[in-house]
Design a protein around this ligand. Structure first.
Ligand SMILES: [Zn+2]
Ligand SMILES: [Zn+2]
Length: 108
């Protein structure tokens, strides 16, 4: 019967019309050949492969870099922005101070 045909012939979790030919090592679901990727001698579906490669990729950098890297960059940008602003302010101040005193005393 059609009700138990899927038991005998497992189908891909994504393509229900296709026969499954591989089982994901990560989640154990069945997939067709197109839906799995072979990695380190085992097959994984794309979500599991992404989940597997994500920690491997990020392990190259220490955890504090991952956690604080963005904030450190933002802080560095803020600090450099403030430094540029302060330099411009000093420049403006020195330019203003270089004006003759009578300019400020009312004699235009
Ligand atoms: Zn999986
Ligand atoms: Zn499939």
């Amino acid at each position: 019967m059609s009700t138990n045909s899927w038991l005998r012939r497992a189908r891909c979790a994504v393509h229900t019309e296709r026969e499954a030919s591989a089982q994901c090592r990560g989640c154990g679901r069945l997939f067709c050949r197109e839906c799995v990727t072979e990695s380190e001698g085992a097959v994984f579906c794309s979500p599991c492969l992404a989940a597997r490669t994500a920690p491997l990729r990020s392990s190259a950098a220490p955890s504090w870099v991952r956690r604080w890297g963005g904030q450190a960059l933002a802080l560095a940008g803020l600090v450099s922005g403030l430094a540029i602003f302060f330099a411009l302010f000093l420049l403006l101040l020195s330019a203003v101070m270089s004006y003759p005193a009578q300019y400020w005393m009312g004699g235009r």
